[in-house]
Design a protein around this ligand. Sequence first.
Ligand code: SF4
Ligand code: SF4
Length: 325
Amino acid sequence: MPTVPPLISGGVMLTYRCTNACKHCAYRCSPTRPDYFMPEEMIDRTFAALAGEGALHGVHLAGGEATLHWDRLEYAVRSAGRHGVDVDYLETNVGWCDDFDTACQGFERLRQAGLTAVLISASLFHNEFTPLERTKAGILAAQEVFGPYGVIVWTPVVLRMMEDLDASKTHPLHRSCELLGLDPKRGDVWRIHDYLTPGGRTTEKLTEGVARRPAGEFAGQPCRSTLESTTHFHIDSYGNLFTGHCPGIAAATIENLHPEITEQSAPVYFSLWKGGPHALWKTLAPDFDPDPAGYISRCHLCLDLRQHLRRAGVYQELRPNDYYD
Ligand code: SF4
Ligand code: SF4
């Protein structure tokens, strides 16, 4: 019977709301997601639950964009410290870094609360919303406040590539590709961002240059190992736990991080665990009409299937609602 193995490393998402709506966002964050942040009492309950995880190395704080609510973010950093949970870093798109001084002030506030490092996003997707000069101001300020080992740029390769872009502007993806001599049709966007996972908004916005396969070809690909992976789990602002890289499939919550998962308690998870999205289609969604254009990955098919099931409204494990809207 499946359950969630001990948690090893993951993220606490304080909100789904973000200043950006990046084309690769697995959690489909954007400015139109509800203006909802994890409340203080839930932050405390989350870290209390995580404190009981003996194998946990640490967590990162994330959104959405967690700096949209500074007080709550600071509260989360302090709460983690009170509960003895290591925060590896805060993930931020640094869209809020108007200049070096503003960025230093923001980071210093969090350093005083106990934060020791930040991860700053640098990609062509982020550059659609965040000009490079803000990214650079954020990196310099973070180095000043947290020291050289307290800053992770994700990724330095793409940051170097973007040096040729006008730092004062944002660039639509097609334009930055044009300026940098990249051809999305040849898969260059995926090649330079080699960490992309083929799920979430990626399957809507970044399918160019990626081969599609008919839904039937994904038969016999169970998701057991991915769903049981807890090396990059996420807990969202509602207390839902997502394992693997599988947003929107919540078989557990902070109230019980390790439930026994049965065909009755979480039929979608169970079916995916056992047989993958093809099995999900055949068992729970026989009326589903797959896209004749095909799918770039099993996770693409899985999301299409889950959106179909979600419309029926019966599977409570498919959460939160607005992930599927
Ligand atoms: S900045 Fe991060 S959370 Fe926001 S939309 Fe982009 S990838 Fe998603
Ligand atoms: S197909 Fe679905 S369950 Fe399987 S790894 Fe992808 S998102 Fe997760």
